[in-house]
Design a protein around this ligand. Structure first.
Ligand SMILES: Cc1cc2nc3c(=O)[nH]c(=O)nc-3n(C[C@H](O)[C@H](O)[C@H](O)COP(=O)(O)OP(=O)(O)OC[C@H]3O[C@@H](n4cnc5c(N)ncnc54)[C@H](O)[C@@H]3O)c2cc1C
Length: 415
């Protein structure tokens, strides 16, 4: 028979978002269990062996692994129970979950559930790239786990595919593991990260960054031997390499959200949440990169803490997530914007850090983000550019002007 136990909050995912939410709820005196399928808690930062973590949430910088250790230490010190090697496999009720670990299958009945399952890069097998799939092809996440967690060698010569921050994080990991980087290639016509990051990684090692390139074939039978690419002007080139790292192209770990039939956002591919972090099912919340793929770790942590306070209010009986969800206003973006997170505004509840996160689907120059409801302009916010895969923040100043009727539309007017 399956063992059953009760808790106030079950958090699925011991990354920055899940742990920060768990701490906020435990601080209010509630019992919290956090589970993670990995053998160690801390989430993705565990295998990001470079600095830059913790600035906005812990107010100093850590390397990924030391940041992960620090957030786990603080969470345990706050009395949260963390169970590693434990996977949430399916729902047993509206806020109950079956879990599986080495000791077998268990049932956890919770008053509330937080999905903080993060996101992953689309695996190479699922990318629509011509050619075979021999050994030597990774995502950044798989590469970093191989190098920093397993300590395995990677290859001799690599090509990195992508133009976001994460592409240059992959360059850093490859060079650190002794792998030469032949080139960074991307179908994007422009860089999607800071010039400084490119200069500090690819730039100082004179690694070419080739824009507007499509992969026409991956070569090799057992192991990768090369890559054929075609430039925007139609020129074909072959790059010899034994390793290819596909970066970015994020997909939330949405399986539990889907199997609960939560309302989903077709653009983020994650669950739709309101400014309190509620999903469409009362008592089920979502936080971190499962909602906004992919923001930095400190933003995931600050969002988690914010949603932890909403969960505390629900557990204390001072708020009703169902009523708030029904009273919330839908926020919709129009092209060239791609998505907004969170997607629903609860009256008098600001989003985490008092701002929304926006992404664009197309590149554009300077212009104005406009917020309108029923033809009335509520807010205008100037931006210098729109770059796909790079976040923009929209301050929440306009939310007090929203009335209860009608969708709010967030658009963009070029200058
Ligand atoms: C490869 C990579 C490199 C990155 N580099 C940086 C960087 O340099 N700087 C930075 O600030 N940010 C970086 N990020 C982003 C940063 O790591 C994330 O923003 C942050 O970790 C998100 O926190 P999270 O809690 O939402 O999710 P995660 O950290 O992804 O944690 C989610 C956790 O949920 C667990 N989980 C998922 N499903 C289940 C289940 N069914 N049952 C049990 N457990 C489950 C996973 O094992 C995981 O531990 C990087 C992300 C990636 C993928």
């Amino acid at each position: 028979m399956t063992a059953a136990e009760n808790t106030n909050l079950l958090v699925v995912g011991a990354g920055p978002a899940g742990l920060a939410a768990a701490r906020a709820v435990a601080a209010a005196g509630h019992h919290v269990i956090v589970i993670d399928r990995e053998d160690e808690a801390g989430g993705v930062p565990r295998h990001c062996a470079h600095t830059g973590f913790g600035l906005r949430d812990l107010h100093r910088t850590y390397s990924g692994p030391t940041y992960a250790k620090e957030i786990v230490r603080r969470t345990l010190a706050d009395g949260v129970e963390i169970r590693t090697g434990t996977t949430a496999t399916d729902w047993a009720g509206s806020t109950s979950m079956h879990t599986t670990s080495r000791i077998g299958r268990s049932l956890i009945n919770a008053d509330a559930v937080l999905l903080a399952t993060g996101c992953r890069e689309r695996p190479p097998s699922a990318r629509l790239i011509p050619g075979s799939r021999p050994a030597g092809i990774y995502t950044t996440g798989a590469l970093q786990q191989l190098v920093h967690l397993a300590g395995h060698p990677v290859g001799r010569r690599a090509v990195v595919v992508g133009a976001e921050h994460i592409a240059f994080s992959a360059v850093h990991t490859l060079l650190g593991s002794g792998t030469e980087v032949a080139a960074v290639i991307t179908p994007s016509p422009i860089l999607q990260t800071f010039q400084l990051l490119r200069a500090g990684t690819a730039g100082i090692h004179a690694i070419p960054v080739l824009y507007g390139c499509d992969i026409t074939a991956i070569e090799g039978s057992k192991r990768v031997t090369g890559l054929s690419i075609t430039s925007a002007t139609g020129i074909s080139t072959r790059l010899a390499c034994d390793t290819i790292v596909f970066t970015g192209d994020w997909i939330p770990d949405y399986e539990l959200a889907r199997s609960a039939n939560l309302a989903m956002d077709a653009a983020t591919k994650g669950p739709i949440t309101d400014t309190a972090g509620s999903t469409s099912r009362p008592g089920v919340y979502a936080a971190g990169n499962v909602c906004h793929p992919a923001e930095p770790a400190d933003i995931a942590a600050l969002t988690g803490a914010h949603i932890g306070h909403s969960i505390t209010a629900w557990l204390d009986g001072s708020s009703s997530s169902a009523r708030e969800w029904q009273q919330s206003t839908l926020l919709q973006v129009s092209s060239p914007l791609l998505w907004i997170s969170p997607q629903r505004l609860v009256p008098s509840r600001l989003p985490a850090c008092d701002r929304f996160v926006l992404r664009a689907e197309k590149q554009a120059g300077a212009g104005t983000i406009t917020v309108t409801q029923q033809g009335h302009t509520l807010y205008r916010h100037r931006v210098r550019r729109l770059t796909p895969n790079r976040s923009l923040t929209l301050p929440a100043d306009w939310t007090t002007a929203v009335d209860s009727g009608g969708t709010v539309v967030i658009g963009f007017q070029p200058r």
